[in-house]
Ligand binder design. Structure first.
Ligand SMILES: [Zn+2]
Length: 279
């Protein structure tokens, strides 16, 4: 016997990482059970599914993730388990909504217009699963929060002079953010997010050093928790301020600054602005 009717299980929504999990919780409310795969303070790059993750994925009504290139381990699991139809890629490959020239950079959760589109997509899909639930009005509320963050960052970065807008990042994650706020990622230390452990070459070091000198760059951004030895040597040799560590890749544990998308964006946006405006 399956138990009384009121104990009926809610649809399970599995999300790949913390930022998407927050969106699903905010928009889906108590209508769904959400399970998140990658814990707070951890990146998607190089992630490997645990047996526990696989168990959760198997009972998912819907799996929400960003992009097959960002979460290849999830795309591989879905294909091997014939669950590709259950995955909602918020930024699918070759997406017709790609209106910018970012190529295929999947880090679009740092770009407010993309976040508005992706959260609307979540609302639409959740409504299909649970038609009695008004996901659209949750979205309408949340979009005000997105706009508040976007307005504040637009105002903040709008105050920078043209010569204060370029920086170097550790891996190619901030193009969507930079492009939206009129900043420039002049170069990156790593060629991709999955090259985290690889050591950049001496040739790349001297190339970045010349770039810093020629373009008078003062800011190098690293990914918090990742090896920053290369970035430190670079800033020391260039005679510019030490690198600043940012956390655009994930949310912090609940109760800490940066534990929501809005807080993560403002926290890191203000840190970046602070570094860029000091010259
Ligand atoms: Zn990344």
């Amino acid at each position: 016997m399956a138990g009384p009717m009121w104990a009926q299980e809610k649809p399970v929504i599995v999300t790949s990482f913390t930022i998407i999990n927050e969106w699903v919780q905010v928009i889906g409310g108590k209508c769904f059970e959400t399970v998140n795969l990658i814990p707070p303070q951890s990146e998607t790059h190089g992630y490997q599914l645990s047996p526990r993750n696989a168990k959760d994925l198997r009972r998912a009504t819907l799996i929400v993730a960003m992009n097959p290139e960002l979460e290849p381990w999830l795309a591989a699991w879905a294909q091997a388990n014939h669950k590709s139809d259950s995955v909602l890629w918020l930024y699918p490959e070759g997406s017709p909504t790609q209106k910018n020239n970012l190529g295929r950079n999947p880090h679009v959760w740092t770009c407010a217009p993309d976040v508005r589109r992706m959260t609307q997509e979540i609302a639409t899909r959740l409504t299909r699963i649970c038609p009695d639930f008004d996901a659209q009005s949750s979205y309408d509320q949340y979009v005000k929060e997105i706009n508040r963050v976007d307005d504040e960052l637009t105002r903040l970065f709008g105050s920078l002079r043209p010569d204060q807008r370029a920086f170097i990042s550790q891996h190619p994650n901030l193009e969507p953010f930079a492009q939206h706020y009129g900043l420039k990622v002049a170069g990156t230390i790593l060629a991709s997010g999955s090259a985290e452990s690889a050591d950049p070459s001496a040739h790349h070091f001297s190339m970045l050093l010349s770039l810093i000198r020629n373009e008078k760059i003062r800011v190098v951004v690293t990914d918090a928790g990742q090896n920053d030895a290369f970035a430190r040597r670079l800033t020391e040799d260039a005679g510019i301020p030490a690198p600043i560590a940012l956390t655009f890749e994930y949310l912090e544990p609940a109760g800490q600054p940066g534990d929501t998308w809005a807080s993560m964006m403002l926290l890191n946006g203000k840190r970046l602005h602070g570094a860029l405006s000091q010259r």
